[in-house]
Design a protein around this ligand. Structure first.
Ligand code: ZN
Ligand code: ZN
Length: 381
Protein backbone atom coordinates (compact mmCIF):
# COMPACT_ATOMS: atom_id res chain seq x y z
CA UNK A 1 0.00 0.00 0.00
CA UNK A 2 1.22 3.48 -0.77
CA UNK A 3 2.35 5.49 2.22
CA UNK A 4 0.12 8.29 0.94
CA UNK A 5 -2.89 6.41 2.28
CA UNK A 6 -1.25 4.90 5.34
CA UNK A 7 -1.74 6.33 8.82
CA UNK A 8 0.17 9.59 9.13
CA UNK A 9 3.65 9.21 10.62
CA UNK A 10 4.70 10.92 13.85
CA UNK A 11 5.19 14.68 13.88
CA UNK A 12 8.82 15.88 14.05
CA UNK A 13 8.35 18.50 16.76
CA UNK A 14 11.78 20.09 16.46
CA UNK A 15 11.31 20.94 12.76
CA UNK A 16 7.68 21.97 13.22
CA UNK A 17 8.53 24.32 16.09
CA UNK A 18 11.54 25.83 14.32
CA UNK A 19 9.50 26.59 11.20
CA UNK A 20 6.46 27.87 13.15
CA UNK A 21 8.35 30.02 15.66
CA UNK A 22 10.73 31.61 13.15
CA UNK A 23 7.79 32.39 10.86
CA UNK A 24 5.69 33.93 13.65
CA UNK A 25 8.52 36.01 15.07
CA UNK A 26 9.37 37.31 11.57
CA UNK A 27 5.74 38.01 10.60
CA UNK A 28 4.95 39.87 13.84
CA UNK A 29 8.39 41.12 14.86
CA UNK A 30 9.41 42.86 11.63
CA UNK A 31 6.38 45.20 11.31
CA UNK A 32 6.24 45.80 15.08
CA UNK A 33 9.92 46.65 15.45
CA UNK A 34 9.86 48.56 12.16
CA UNK A 35 7.08 50.86 13.43
CA UNK A 36 8.30 51.25 16.99
CA UNK A 37 12.08 51.49 16.46
CA UNK A 38 12.82 51.31 12.73
CA UNK A 39 15.58 49.35 11.00
CA UNK A 40 18.73 51.14 9.92
CA UNK A 41 20.06 51.07 6.35
CA UNK A 42 23.00 49.00 7.59
CA UNK A 43 20.63 46.33 8.92
CA UNK A 44 18.80 46.08 5.59
CA UNK A 45 22.16 45.65 3.83
CA UNK A 46 23.16 43.00 6.36
CA UNK A 47 19.84 41.23 5.67
CA UNK A 48 20.53 41.14 1.92
CA UNK A 49 24.14 40.06 2.36
CA UNK A 50 23.21 37.28 4.77
CA UNK A 51 20.38 36.01 2.53
CA UNK A 52 22.91 35.93 -0.32
CA UNK A 53 25.62 34.12 1.62
CA UNK A 54 23.35 31.47 3.15
CA UNK A 55 21.41 31.04 -0.10
CA UNK A 56 24.43 30.60 -2.31
CA UNK A 57 26.01 28.22 0.21
CA UNK A 58 23.05 25.94 -0.49
CA UNK A 59 23.03 26.35 -4.27
CA UNK A 60 26.78 26.45 -5.05
CA UNK A 61 27.80 24.31 -2.05
CA UNK A 62 25.16 21.79 -0.95
CA UNK A 63 23.49 21.44 -4.33
CA UNK A 64 25.96 21.80 -7.20
CA UNK A 65 29.20 20.91 -5.39
CA UNK A 66 28.19 18.16 -2.97
CA UNK A 67 24.87 16.63 -4.08
CA UNK A 68 25.75 16.57 -7.79
CA UNK A 69 29.57 16.88 -7.83
CA UNK A 70 29.41 19.17 -10.87
CA UNK A 71 32.84 20.66 -10.01
CA UNK A 72 35.69 20.36 -7.49
CA UNK A 73 36.57 23.06 -4.99
CA UNK A 74 39.46 24.25 -2.82
CA UNK A 75 39.18 23.53 0.94
CA UNK A 76 38.63 27.21 1.75
CA UNK A 77 35.61 27.27 -0.61
CA UNK A 78 34.20 24.15 1.06
CA UNK A 79 34.67 25.49 4.60
CA UNK A 80 32.92 28.72 3.65
CA UNK A 81 29.90 26.86 2.25
CA UNK A 82 29.86 24.40 5.15
CA UNK A 83 29.46 27.40 7.48
CA UNK A 84 26.94 29.13 5.19
CA UNK A 85 24.97 25.87 4.96
CA UNK A 86 24.74 25.71 8.77
CA UNK A 87 23.55 29.33 8.74
CA UNK A 88 20.84 28.34 6.22
CA UNK A 89 19.53 25.71 8.71
CA UNK A 90 18.82 22.97 6.18
CA UNK A 91 20.54 20.08 7.95
CA UNK A 92 24.11 18.94 7.22
CA UNK A 93 25.47 18.86 3.66
CA UNK A 94 25.71 15.06 3.96
CA UNK A 95 22.06 14.66 4.95
CA UNK A 96 20.82 17.25 2.45
CA UNK A 97 22.75 15.61 -0.41
CA UNK A 98 21.46 12.18 0.52
CA UNK A 99 17.85 13.43 0.33
CA UNK A 100 18.54 15.29 -2.86
CA UNK A 101 20.11 12.35 -4.65
CA UNK A 102 17.00 10.30 -3.77
CA UNK A 103 14.86 13.10 -5.18
CA UNK A 104 16.66 12.95 -8.53
CA UNK A 105 16.77 9.17 -8.66
CA UNK A 106 13.07 8.69 -7.84
CA UNK A 107 11.65 12.04 -8.96
CA UNK A 108 7.81 12.16 -8.62
CA UNK A 109 7.67 8.70 -7.06
CA UNK A 110 5.42 9.30 -4.07
CA UNK A 111 7.00 6.59 -1.96
CA UNK A 112 10.67 7.13 -2.72
CA UNK A 113 11.15 10.75 -3.72
CA UNK A 114 11.54 12.46 -0.30
CA UNK A 115 9.73 15.58 -1.55
CA UNK A 116 7.67 14.25 -4.42
CA UNK A 117 5.80 17.10 -6.13
CA UNK A 118 3.03 14.65 -6.99
CA UNK A 119 2.02 14.73 -3.35
CA UNK A 120 1.04 18.37 -3.73
CA UNK A 121 2.38 21.84 -3.01
CA UNK A 122 2.32 21.70 0.79
CA UNK A 123 4.01 18.32 1.03
CA UNK A 124 6.83 19.12 -1.42
CA UNK A 125 7.32 22.60 0.04
CA UNK A 126 7.50 21.90 3.77
CA UNK A 127 5.15 19.05 4.76
CA UNK A 128 7.76 16.37 4.06
CA UNK A 129 9.93 17.75 6.87
CA UNK A 130 7.17 17.91 9.48
CA UNK A 131 6.56 14.18 9.93
CA UNK A 132 8.69 11.03 9.99
CA UNK A 133 7.82 10.12 6.42
CA UNK A 134 11.21 8.64 5.62
CA UNK A 135 12.27 7.51 9.09
CA UNK A 136 13.51 4.17 7.77
CA UNK A 137 15.83 5.79 5.28
CA UNK A 138 17.34 8.42 7.55
CA UNK A 139 20.75 7.79 9.02
CA UNK A 140 21.40 5.57 6.04
CA UNK A 141 23.93 7.51 4.06
CA UNK A 142 24.71 4.81 1.52
CA UNK A 143 24.10 7.06 -1.44
CA UNK A 144 26.67 9.65 -0.30
CA UNK A 145 29.68 7.40 0.36
CA UNK A 146 31.83 9.66 -1.82
CA UNK A 147 31.01 12.66 0.39
CA UNK A 148 31.96 10.72 3.51
CA UNK A 149 35.56 10.92 2.25
CA UNK A 150 35.47 14.73 2.38
CA UNK A 151 36.76 15.69 5.87
CA UNK A 152 35.03 19.08 5.68
CA UNK A 153 31.64 17.47 4.96
CA UNK A 154 32.11 15.06 7.87
CA UNK A 155 33.31 17.80 10.21
CA UNK A 156 30.21 19.84 9.41
CA UNK A 157 27.97 16.77 9.79
CA UNK A 158 29.39 15.88 13.23
CA UNK A 159 29.22 19.43 14.56
CA UNK A 160 26.11 20.51 12.68
CA UNK A 161 24.06 21.54 15.72
CA UNK A 162 26.88 23.54 17.31
CA UNK A 163 27.74 25.23 14.01
CA UNK A 164 24.09 26.08 13.36
CA UNK A 165 23.58 27.61 16.80
CA UNK A 166 26.87 29.47 16.58
CA UNK A 167 26.19 30.96 13.14
CA UNK A 168 22.45 31.63 13.40
CA UNK A 169 22.74 33.31 16.82
CA UNK A 170 26.33 34.54 16.71
CA UNK A 171 26.13 36.27 13.34
CA UNK A 172 23.04 38.47 13.96
CA UNK A 173 24.29 39.36 17.44
CA UNK A 174 27.69 40.34 16.02
CA UNK A 175 26.01 42.46 13.33
CA UNK A 176 23.72 44.07 15.91
CA UNK A 177 26.66 44.80 18.19
CA UNK A 178 28.58 46.42 15.32
CA UNK A 179 25.60 48.51 14.19
CA UNK A 180 24.39 49.30 17.71
CA UNK A 181 20.99 47.56 17.46
CA UNK A 182 21.10 43.99 18.71
CA UNK A 183 17.32 43.38 18.85
CA UNK A 184 16.80 44.85 15.37
CA UNK A 185 19.52 42.57 14.02
CA UNK A 186 18.12 39.49 15.77
CA UNK A 187 14.65 40.12 14.31
CA UNK A 188 15.75 41.08 10.79
CA UNK A 189 19.07 39.30 10.15
CA UNK A 190 18.25 36.39 12.48
CA UNK A 191 14.57 35.48 12.15
CA UNK A 192 13.30 37.18 8.97
CA UNK A 193 16.45 36.22 7.08
CA UNK A 194 16.06 32.55 8.02
CA UNK A 195 12.40 32.45 6.98
CA UNK A 196 13.26 34.02 3.60
CA UNK A 197 16.16 31.63 3.03
CA UNK A 198 14.00 28.66 3.99
CA UNK A 199 10.99 29.37 1.82
CA UNK A 200 12.89 30.49 -1.26
CA UNK A 201 14.89 27.24 -1.18
CA UNK A 202 11.70 25.25 -0.56
CA UNK A 203 10.18 26.80 -3.69
CA UNK A 204 12.58 24.68 -5.75
CA UNK A 205 10.93 21.52 -4.48
CA UNK A 206 7.39 22.88 -4.70
CA UNK A 207 6.86 25.70 -7.25
CA UNK A 208 9.71 24.69 -9.59
CA UNK A 209 7.89 21.37 -10.02
CA UNK A 210 4.52 23.04 -10.72
CA UNK A 211 4.95 26.41 -12.41
CA UNK A 212 6.92 27.06 -15.60
CA UNK A 213 7.95 25.53 -18.89
CA UNK A 214 9.01 22.00 -19.70
CA UNK A 215 11.71 23.06 -22.15
CA UNK A 216 13.81 19.90 -22.28
CA UNK A 217 11.73 17.03 -20.99
CA UNK A 218 8.22 16.14 -19.86
CA UNK A 219 9.22 12.89 -18.24
CA UNK A 220 9.11 14.56 -14.82
CA UNK A 221 7.31 17.52 -13.22
CA UNK A 222 10.35 19.86 -13.10
CA UNK A 223 9.85 23.28 -14.70
CA UNK A 224 12.02 26.14 -16.02
CA UNK A 225 10.98 29.41 -14.41
CA UNK A 226 12.96 32.65 -14.79
CA UNK A 227 11.11 34.36 -11.93
CA UNK A 228 11.98 31.58 -9.49
CA UNK A 229 15.59 31.80 -10.71
CA UNK A 230 15.62 35.40 -9.43
CA UNK A 231 14.59 34.26 -5.95
CA UNK A 232 16.89 31.25 -5.81
CA UNK A 233 20.26 32.32 -7.22
CA UNK A 234 19.61 30.62 -10.54
CA UNK A 235 18.01 27.36 -9.46
CA UNK A 236 14.72 28.17 -11.22
CA UNK A 237 15.87 26.46 -14.41
CA UNK A 238 14.83 23.22 -12.85
CA UNK A 239 13.62 21.41 -15.98
CA UNK A 240 17.11 21.74 -17.47
CA UNK A 241 18.63 20.73 -14.14
CA UNK A 242 16.64 17.51 -13.83
CA UNK A 243 17.72 16.23 -17.24
CA UNK A 244 21.33 17.53 -17.14
CA UNK A 245 22.01 17.33 -13.39
CA UNK A 246 25.77 16.86 -13.83
CA UNK A 247 26.07 20.33 -15.38
CA UNK A 248 27.39 23.05 -13.02
CA UNK A 249 25.00 25.49 -14.74
CA UNK A 250 21.20 25.61 -14.39
CA UNK A 251 20.54 28.62 -16.62
CA UNK A 252 22.71 27.88 -19.65
CA UNK A 253 21.98 30.97 -21.77
CA UNK A 254 24.02 34.10 -21.08
CA UNK A 255 20.86 36.11 -20.33
CA UNK A 256 19.44 33.59 -17.87
CA UNK A 257 19.88 34.69 -14.23
CA UNK A 258 22.20 32.15 -12.64
CA UNK A 259 24.58 33.87 -10.18
CA UNK A 260 25.52 30.46 -8.75
CA UNK A 261 26.99 29.57 -12.15
CA UNK A 262 28.76 32.95 -12.37
CA UNK A 263 30.27 32.44 -8.93
CA UNK A 264 31.54 28.93 -9.71
CA UNK A 265 32.98 30.22 -12.99
CA UNK A 266 34.67 33.16 -11.27
CA UNK A 267 36.06 30.70 -8.72
CA UNK A 268 37.73 28.79 -11.56
CA UNK A 269 39.58 31.94 -12.69
CA UNK A 270 40.83 32.41 -9.14
CA UNK A 271 41.93 28.79 -8.84
CA UNK A 272 39.29 28.00 -6.19
CA UNK A 273 37.14 25.68 -8.35
CA UNK A 274 38.05 23.29 -11.14
CA UNK A 275 36.73 20.49 -13.39
CA UNK A 276 33.53 22.42 -14.10
CA UNK A 277 31.25 19.95 -15.91
CA UNK A 278 28.91 20.89 -18.74
CA UNK A 279 26.37 18.83 -20.61
CA UNK A 280 27.05 17.95 -24.25
CA UNK A 281 25.74 20.81 -26.42
CA UNK A 282 24.31 18.47 -29.03
CA UNK A 283 22.33 16.52 -26.42
CA UNK A 284 20.94 19.76 -24.95
CA UNK A 285 19.79 21.13 -28.33
CA UNK A 286 18.42 17.74 -29.35
CA UNK A 287 16.34 17.45 -26.17
CA UNK A 288 14.95 20.93 -26.73
CA UNK A 289 14.04 20.30 -30.39
CA UNK A 290 12.43 16.98 -29.49
CA UNK A 291 10.24 18.71 -26.92
CA UNK A 292 9.25 21.42 -29.42
CA UNK A 293 8.31 18.77 -31.97
CA UNK A 294 6.42 16.74 -29.39
CA UNK A 295 4.45 19.77 -28.15
CA UNK A 296 3.55 20.86 -31.70
CA UNK A 297 2.29 17.38 -32.51
CA UNK A 298 0.28 17.14 -29.31
CA UNK A 299 -1.31 20.55 -29.89
CA UNK A 300 -2.69 19.77 -33.33
CA UNK A 301 -3.27 16.05 -33.04
CA UNK A 302 -2.04 15.18 -36.57
CA UNK A 303 -4.05 12.25 -37.87
CA UNK A 304 -2.74 11.98 -41.42
CA UNK A 305 -0.02 9.30 -41.68
CA UNK A 306 1.80 10.85 -44.66
CA UNK A 307 1.98 14.29 -43.08
CA UNK A 308 3.32 12.74 -39.90
CA UNK A 309 5.91 10.66 -41.79
CA UNK A 310 7.02 13.75 -43.71
CA UNK A 311 7.40 15.76 -40.51
CA UNK A 312 9.44 12.97 -38.91
CA UNK A 313 11.75 12.81 -41.96
CA UNK A 314 12.24 16.57 -41.83
CA UNK A 315 12.93 16.36 -38.11
CA UNK A 316 15.58 13.66 -38.65
CA UNK A 317 17.24 15.82 -41.32
CA UNK A 318 17.33 18.70 -38.84
CA UNK A 319 18.95 16.48 -36.20
CA UNK A 320 21.60 15.39 -38.71
CA UNK A 321 22.47 19.00 -39.39
CA UNK A 322 22.58 19.68 -35.68
CA UNK A 323 24.98 16.79 -35.16
CA UNK A 324 27.21 17.97 -38.01
CA UNK A 325 27.35 21.48 -36.57
CA UNK A 326 28.39 20.25 -33.12
CA UNK A 327 30.96 17.85 -34.59
CA UNK A 328 32.70 20.56 -36.63
CA UNK A 329 32.46 22.96 -33.72
CA UNK A 330 34.21 20.41 -31.50
CA UNK A 331 36.93 20.02 -34.14
CA UNK A 332 37.41 23.77 -34.07
CA UNK A 333 37.59 23.91 -30.26
CA UNK A 334 40.04 20.98 -30.11
CA UNK A 335 42.05 22.60 -32.91
CA UNK A 336 42.15 25.87 -31.01
CA UNK A 337 43.49 24.17 -27.89
CA UNK A 338 46.15 22.42 -29.95
CA UNK A 339 47.01 25.56 -31.89
CA UNK A 340 47.43 27.40 -28.62
CA UNK A 341 49.77 24.72 -27.31
CA UNK A 342 51.78 24.56 -30.55
CA UNK A 343 51.70 28.31 -31.20
CA UNK A 344 50.13 27.59 -34.57
CA UNK A 345 48.33 30.24 -36.65
CA UNK A 346 44.54 30.46 -36.19
CA UNK A 347 42.15 27.99 -37.76
CA UNK A 348 40.44 30.30 -40.21
CA UNK A 349 38.99 27.63 -42.44
CA UNK A 350 37.40 25.66 -39.64
CA UNK A 351 36.12 28.85 -38.05
CA UNK A 352 34.41 29.83 -41.28
CA UNK A 353 32.89 26.37 -41.65
CA UNK A 354 31.42 26.54 -38.14
CA UNK A 355 29.94 29.96 -38.89
CA UNK A 356 28.40 28.65 -42.11
CA UNK A 357 27.01 25.59 -40.41
CA UNK A 358 25.59 27.68 -37.60
CA UNK A 359 23.74 29.90 -40.09
CA UNK A 360 22.52 26.86 -42.00
CA UNK A 361 21.32 25.29 -38.77
CA UNK A 362 19.42 28.43 -37.75
CA UNK A 363 17.79 28.54 -41.18
CA UNK A 364 16.94 24.88 -41.02
CA UNK A 365 15.35 25.33 -37.57
CA UNK A 366 13.26 28.23 -38.84
CA UNK A 367 12.20 26.28 -41.93
CA UNK A 368 11.22 23.32 -39.79
CA UNK A 369 9.18 25.50 -37.47
CA UNK A 370 7.39 27.06 -40.47
CA UNK A 371 6.74 23.64 -41.95
CA UNK A 372 5.29 22.45 -38.65
CA UNK A 373 2.98 25.44 -38.46
CA UNK A 374 1.84 25.05 -42.08
CA UNK A 375 1.15 21.35 -41.81
CA UNK A 376 -0.58 21.68 -38.51
CA UNK A 377 -2.68 24.60 -39.73
CA UNK A 378 -3.74 22.54 -42.75
CA UNK A 379 -4.67 19.70 -40.46
CA UNK A 380 -6.71 21.95 -38.29
CA UNK A 381 -8.68 23.51 -41.18
ZN1 ZN B 1 13.55 18.78 -8.36
ZN1 ZN C 1 19.52 18.77 -8.06
Amino acid sequence: MSTTHAKKPKIIWLNTLVFAITFLVAAIGVPWYGFTHGFSFGLWMALLGTIGFAGISITAGYHRLWAHRTYDAHWSWRILFALGGALAVQNSALHWSSDHREHHKHVDDNDNDPYSAKRGFWYSHIGWMLREYQAARYHDYNNVKDLQKDPIVMWQHRHYLALTLLTTIGWPVAIGWMLGDIWGAVILVGFARLVINHHTTFFINSLAHIWGKQTYTDRNTARDNGFLALLTFGEGYHNYHHIFAADYRNGIRWWQFDPTKWLIRTGSWLGLTRNLKRANGYQVEKAKLEMQFKKAKAQSDVGCETTLAKLHDEFDALLLRLREYYQVRKQLLDGKTKALADHMPTLDELQQKVAELRDALQQHKRAFRNLLQQQLAQQAS
